[in-house]
Design a protein around this ligand. Structure first.
Ligand code: DX5
Ligand code: ZN
Length: 213
C-alpha cells in the first residue's frame, strides 16, 4: 500500500516541520487538499502555501482539488509540479479535455468520485487516467467516519480498471486507519490518504508504517 498523509490535519503553524516529518517518516506522497469554499463548505490553501509545502517536501505532491473552477485551479497549481492533480467528476463538464490539459502540463491526471458517484461514471476515461480517487467520506473536512461501502465500490472500480487500463491506480481518501486499511488492500486499493490518523498518532513514522500493508 502506498501512503499519502493529508496535510489538512497538520499543524499549520509548523507546516514545514510536519511536511518534513511525514516525508522522513516514509510516506509516498504528500496529499494536499485544496478547497474553495464553494464546491465544499471549507476553505484551505492556495498556491503560495503549496509552494512552501513543495519546498519542504522530499516526496511528490498529490493535489486534490475540491473546487468549482477546475481549469483555473489547475493553472494555479501546475507551477508547483505535483505528481498528481485530481479533480472531482461531479464538478466537471469536460473531464476528458481537462485530463489532456493536466497531462500536457507534465502532471499525472486523476479523477475523484464522491460517495454517491458510480464507478461507471468514469469508465470511458480510465484509459487516459493515472489514478482514480474514491472518497470514503464527504469531502470538506478531516476526521470524519469512514463510509464502508467504498470497499464494494473499489472492487467494482478494479474490475473496470483491469479491463480498460490496468496501470491506473485506485486511491481512497477519508477516515482511513490501521483497522480498515487491510480491507482496502483486499478490495484492490493501491494508495490510501490519511490525515487525522497520521497526525494524531503519537509517532508519525509508526502511523505510516502501520498503513503499509
Ligand atoms: C476530505 C479530504 C481528506 C481528509 C482526510 O475532504 O479530502 O484528504 O483530509 O482526513 P481524514 O484521514 O482525517 O479523514
Ligand atoms: Zn483529500
Amino acid at each position: 500500500m502506498l501512503v499519502a498523509p493529508s496535510i489538512l490535519s497538520a499543524d499549520f503553524g509548523h507546516l514545514a516541520r510536519d511536511v518534513k516529518a511525514i516525508c522522513d517518516g516514509g510516506c509516498d506522497f504528500v496529499h494536499v487538499d485544496v478547497m474553495d469554499g464553494h464546491f465544499v463548505p471549507n476553505l484551505t490553501i492556495g498556491p503560495v502555501v503549496v509552494e512552501a509545502v513543495a519546498e519542504a517536501a522530499t516526496k511528490p505532491l498529490d493535489v486534490h482539488l475540491m473546487v468549482e473552477n477546475n481549469t483555473f485551479f489547475v493553472d494555479l497549481f501546475a507551477p508547483q509540479m505535483p505528481e498528481f492533480i485530481s479533480f472531482h467528476i461531479e464538478e466537471e463538464k469536460h473531464p476528458h479535455r481537462l485530463i489532456q490539459k493536466i497531462r500536457g502540463l507534465g502532471i499525472r491526471p486523476a479523477i475523484v468520485l464522491n460517495p454517491h458517484s458510480r464507478p461507471e461514471s468514469v469508465e470511458y476515461l480510465l484509459e487516459d487516467l493515472d489514478m482514480v480517487l474514491l472518497m470514503s467520506v464527504n469531502p470538506g473536512f478531516g476526521g470524519q467516519k469512514f463510509i464502508p461501502n467504498v470497499l464494494q465500490k473499489a472492487q467494482r472500480m478494479k474490475e473496470l480498471i483491469e479491463r480498460r487500463n490496468p496501470k491506473c491506480l485506485i486511491e481512497v481518501d477519508g477516515g482511513v486507519n490501521d483497522r480498515n486499511v487491510h480491507d482496502l488492500k483486499a478490495a484492490g486499493v493501491d494508495v490510501v490518504v490519511a490525515g487525522s490518523y497520521v497526525f494524531k498518532h503519537e509517532n508519525i513514522r509508526r502511523a505510516i508504517e502501520s498503513l503499509k500493508v
